[in-house]
Design a protein around this ligand. Structure first.
Ligand code: TYM
Length: 325
């Protein structure tokens, strides 16, 4: 089965992105035909500094590589290096109902967050995402929960295209992990996010002292018992999920280990676990940072491989829609 997924390069990649998406990718790349990319075109829809974007793309690439994405096993590239993505997105625009786009939760949230910049790209964001996926005829997409609606729309677009032009695309499914919705450390009712307060998240390369500070000041709930109950104790439950995913210990085990201990001791241990788990990423990042040209080379050669598959799909699509002279 072919697998595809991507992450936007703006803002620092955080443990929510890791536990929700990248951690699953690492497992999948052992046995499936995987394609991972940096969704730089998607990131243009939110305010950003052009002078910083190139560095952010390299930083995102280093993040993938430091986390363990292996360019020998998986195709790994930058979205804008394969223009077929935008080409297919345009064609999909012509079969995608606008009402569906206006219903997307992410569009509604981003329109509220960036009131002064509600651009058409924010609305058609999921159409480009559908093109990213269907261009490679992927069967499954490992993502966090917030992206499930976009995968459903991808299925709708595939169906509409097939109805209009004949069977071309099969419908991909989302693959969700146990960390599919990691919540903010400062407001556990919201998801951890790159685009809000920096204290809400821990980046994959965060320094140990910053990790400790953020965990120790993470919002918890009233009471002292370390108990998993997302509805009544969203703060501590989110921290238990993070603990469980980094330590590979079950929620039950964690609850019982901390039965007699309070939040402070739990948080202290959690900070230690995160610091130790992220240590190898920080070290690998240093190696790649001193070799940025090699990173760019890896992306370029990945784009060559991706392009071969993308060109085949575009040529089939052109023929189906009637623009192949
Ligand atoms: P981005 O960069 O916003 O998120 C990247 C991945 O991280 C997941 N994620 C989370 N998972 C758990 N808890 C969180 N708090 C959390 N925050 C983010 C997201 O669900 C996502 O899997 N639109 C995509 C990028 C994209 C893409 C694609 C993905 C563009 N084209 C094609 C798959 C296939 C996105 O949300 O990026």
């Amino acid at each position: 089965m072919r697998i595809i997924s991507g992450i936007q390069p703006t803002g620092k990649i955080h443990i929510g992105n890791y536990l929700g998406a990248i951690k699953q990718w690492l497992e999948l790349q052992k046995k499936e035909d995987c394609i991972f990319f940096i969704a730089d075109l998607h990131s243009l829809t939110c305010p950003y500094e052009p002078k910083d974007l190139k560095e952010s793309i390299i930083e995102a690439a280093i993040c993938y590589l430091a986390a363990g994405i292996d360019p020998e096993k998986s195709i790994f590239f930058t979205q804008s290096d394969v223009p077929e993505h935008t080409r297919l997105a345009w064609i999909f625009n012509t079969v995608c109902p606008i009402g569906e786009l206006e219903r997307m939760t992410q569009f509604k949230e981003k329109s509220k967050q960036f009131r002064k910049n509600i651009n058409a790209g924010l609305l058609t964001y999921p159409v480009l995402q559908a093109a990213d996926i269907l261009l490679y005829k992927a069967g499954a997409v490992p993502v966090g929960k917030d992206q499930v609606q976009h995968i459903e729309l991808t299925r709708t677009i595939a169906r509409r295209f097939n109805q209009k032009f004949g069977q071309t695309f099969s419908e991909p499914r989302a693959i969700l992990s146990e960390g599919s919705k990691i919540m903010s450390l400062t407001d556990p009712k919201k998801k951890m996010s790159k685009s809000s307060d920096p204290n809400n998240c821990i980046s994959l390369f965060e320094e140990p002292e910053a990790i400790r500070k953020k965990i120790m000041s993470a919002v918890t709930d009233t009471g002292k018992t370390v108990k998993y109950s997302p509805k009544t104790k969203p703060g501590i439950s989110n921290l238990i999920t993070i603990y469980s995913l980094f330590s590979e210990k079950s929620v039950k085990e964690i609850e019982s280990n901390y039965k007699e201990k309070g939040y402070a001791e739990f948080k202290k241990d959690l900070a230690d676990i995160i610091i130790t788990s992220l240590q190898p990423f920080r070290e690998k990042r240093k190696e790649f940072l001193s070799n940025k040209n090699q990173v760019i080379q890896i992306l370029k050669s990945g784009a060559e491989k991706a392009k071969k598959i993308a060109e085949r799909t575009i040529s089939e699509v052109n023929q189906k829609i009637g623009i192949n002279l």
